[in-house]
Ligand binder design. Structure first.
Ligand code: 3HC
Length: 661
């Protein structure tokens, strides 16, 4: 055994000499972020290694389960503190002695940039590596855009950096980002590797020539990345920086990267995306659940295998659960199985799973028509037709079948889950799990805390949603929960705008320009107009006659125009293409005339302002009623469930910051 001499370089960085290798440990909980203290400690450690004869090589690693989770995002927006990260990274790369990164867990953003500057990278098989900066509205600021392409090529670097996609250790190895993967902690292997390297020439990433590539492949990667950027500035800047990596010196590339990073860091988009980042962390802290442990869930039951049920089943299979799907009869069960198998086939085609992964998932799946099979489930999600009678009858039956400690969750969109819970002898074991379609893709799940939901049941609902890779947002009971309540207000205001004089296509264009994936009328047509129509008819008897009510959508429904699936709705869809239909124009004009409204020109600024204000006002009501816990939860719902552009921060953020379209 060699000597073990602890040396402290800063609050968060210390080292010990092990067999002639200086093992530098970053210990900055919770994620070893590259804070000012960490940067100065790491720089001091590298400088020390350079001059200390007893140290023949260096290993850099992280304490705990993370290598380095990135720059300290909390420092963004504050005055900069020396040393800046590029200086630290430069010192690592230029160090005269070998520096080996022992990547013990996530190496993200600055974390990967530090690792890229090291002369060898050894990662644990559990590590993930990536440059997620664009998700924060910025580009990597310490060499990521210049060093990654030198290892993986421009096309691959464009794909990874412009999407902010992280990769697991295995993929990182096959791409050449890292040199070795080991089971468990990589520190011991890194020390041995560092000693070996001491007698060899150093491989400095920044000095490598870029791999030769077909320019067409690069163009395709860039086009694909840019087509997904939709109004966000960072991906385009990332593409530009990576593409130019091969055309100029490392120093020039780094200078441009740093200037771009600083410019974007102070932009409105980056501020909004930081709000979203911290909103997601805040959403994970649910009042009343402190110290409450979720129950272990291994088997998930799903009742119903339509679009929603099959999507939920696939999500659960992807997350490693055993899944029992129950349908009304054998024929429906067979169709359900085919639907689930079809979704898995699609996942193979898009490269997300392989044939073995599909087979393994199907082994964990059973689909049948006997509700009794659900006796084995720890949690059952109901995804049947959204009708109170149907759902209460089902819950009565399930109550007699599932174990007393099992959880029953309803996926209702508009019904009262308390009424559903009341049909059982265990209302405390019932919660809502409101998925969004397609459930295997959409990240949002509203976890509904019903009047009697037990904290452990709520915690379990949240934990399961998280394991499915979803973003769970807790909400209380009201018609439509958070998302659909706000969506109704949005719909109402969009229809007011039409009555006032804006055309649906103008409203859609304004919202799409603002950054929405689709404008409201295109969304209505996609989702179908009949459900909202049925609700309006139900509410007609109790509607306040003094409230403004727009009849245009009713007229369209009376004409059988239920949206895309009938080929006609707010638009016509000849050959599937969204087209303005003179018949709709005539209906709108007639409805305006019947109310004596003289249509006026409505600017796109007014359209966006009014729609955002309507959403924020409904959000305020949800907060006042205690349905939503915090304004930022509402932003997350609307961003992740309804296509609100994340780089705008959400309707509540826009209102609070007083941002104008
Ligand atoms: N800076 C500051 N705080 C951070 C942080 C960061 N980079 N990353 C995470 N945190 C905080 C979270 O806010 C949270 O704080 P809280 O407990 O007070 O709410 C805490 O760390 C734990 O975070 P998670 O709940 O996300 O922990 P997980 O264990 O689930 O995940 C992680 C860990 C994978 C590292 C995840 O936190 C993550 O993805 N972090 C962000 C990574 C990122 O975007 N890095 C890039 C930063 S930009 C950059 O590096 C610029 C550079 O190029 C110059």
């Amino acid at each position: 055994m060699g000597e073990v001499t602890p040396i402290r370089f800063s609050e968060t960085v210390s080292a010990r000499l092990e067999n002639g290798v200086l093992v530098v440990t970053i210990d900055n909980p919770p994620v070893n972020a590259a804070s000012a203290d960490m940067r100065s400690g790491l720089l001091a450690a590298i400088r020390h290694a350079g001059t200390e004869d007893a140290a023949r090589a260096v290993v850099v690693t992280g304490a705990g389960k993370t290598f380095v989770g990135g720059a300290d995002i909390k420092e963004f927006g504050q005055p900069g503190t020396e040393p800046i990260l590029p200086e630290v990274v430069d010192a690592i790369e230029k160090c005269s002695k070998p520096v080996v990164a022992a990547i013990n867990g996530p190496a993200l953003g600055s974390g990967l940039e530090i690792a890229l500057a090291c002369h060898r990278r050894i990662a644990s098989d559990t590590a993930t590596l990536g440059l997620p900066e664009v998700k924060l509205g910025i580009v990597p600021g310490a060499g990521g855009t210049q060093r990654l392409p030198r290892l993986v090529g421009v096309a691959k670097a464009v794909e990874l950096i412009a999407a902010g996609r992280s990769v697991a250790a295995g993929e990182a190895l096959s791409l050449g980002i890292i040199d070795q993967v080991v089971a468990g902690n990589p520190a011991a292997g890194a020390v041995a590797a560092a000693r070996d390297l001491a007698s060899q020439p150093l491989r400095r990433t920044g000095e490598l020539a870029l791999p030769a590539e077909d320019p067409q492949v690069i163009d395709e990667a860039a086009d694909k990345a840019l087509s997904r950027a939709r109004g966000r500035a960072a991906p385009a800047e990332a593409v530009r920086l990576v593409r130019r990596a091969g055309e100029r010196s490392l120093a020039e590339g780094l200078a441009d990267e740093r200037a771009t990073f600083l410019r974007l860091r102070d932009s409105d988009q980056a501020k909004a995306l930081r709000h979203v980042f911290f909103a997601e962390r805040a959403a994970a802290k649910v009042p009343g659940l402190e110290g409450v442990e979720p129950r272990m869930v291994q088997t998930i039951g799903v009742v119903g295998s339509g679009l929603m049920g099959s999507g939920i089943a696939v999500s659960a299979l992807n997350a490693g659960y055993r899944v029992i799907v129950v349908e009304q009869n054998a024929e429906a069960a067979e169709k359900g199985f085919d639907r689930i198998a079809g979704l898995l086939d699609r996942a193979i085609k898009s490269g997300r799973i392989d044939a073995a992964g599909r087979a393994e998932r199907l082994q964990r799946l059973s689909v049948g028509s006997d509700l009794e099979a659900l006796a084995a489930a720890d949690l059952v999600v109901e995804a049947v037709f959204d009708d109170l009678d149907v759902k209460t009858k089902l819950f009565e039956k399930l109550d007699k079948i599932v174990r007393p400690d099992a959880i029953l969750a309803t996926n209702t969109s508009y019904l009262d889950p308390d009424a559903i819970a009341a049909a059982t002898s265990r209302p405390e074991r019932i919660c809502g799990l409101h998925f969004f379609s397609p459930a295997q893709v959409m990240r949002l799940v509203e976890v509904v805390r019903c009047a009697k939901t037990n904290p452990e049941v709520l915690a379990t609902g949240i934990a399961v949603a998280r394991r499915l890779g979803k973003l769970p947002i807790v909400c209380g009971v009201c018609e439509g929960f958070i998302g659909n309540r706000i969506f109704s207000a949005y719909r109402r205001e969009a229809e007011f705008l039409v009555e006032d004089g804006a055309w649906p296509q103008e409203i859609d264009a304004a919202m799409e320009d603002y950054g929405f994936a689709m404008g409201p009328f295109a969304v209505f047509d996609l989702a179908g107009l009949e459900i909202a129509w049925a609700r309006r008819k139900r509410q007609a008897a109790t509607r306040d006659p003094s409230q403004r009510y727009v009849e245009i959508a009713d007229r369209l429904c009376e004409m059988g125009r239920f949206g895309q699936k009938t080929g006609r709705g707010w638009y016509a869809y000849p050959d599937g293409k969204r087209t303005v239909d003179p018949e709709v124009t005539a209906v709108i004009e007639a409805c305006r005339k019947a109310k004596g409204i003289a249509p006026r020109q409505v600017s796109s600024g007014e359209i966006v302002s009014r729609l955002l204000a309507a959403m924020a006002a409904e959000g305020d009501a949800l907060l006042a009623e205690g349905i939503a816990e915090r304004a930022s939860d509402i932003d997350l719902v609307i961003i992740n469930g309804y296509g609100f552009p994340a780089h705008r921060g959400g309707p509540m953020y826009v209102a609070k910051e007083g941002l104008r379209p």
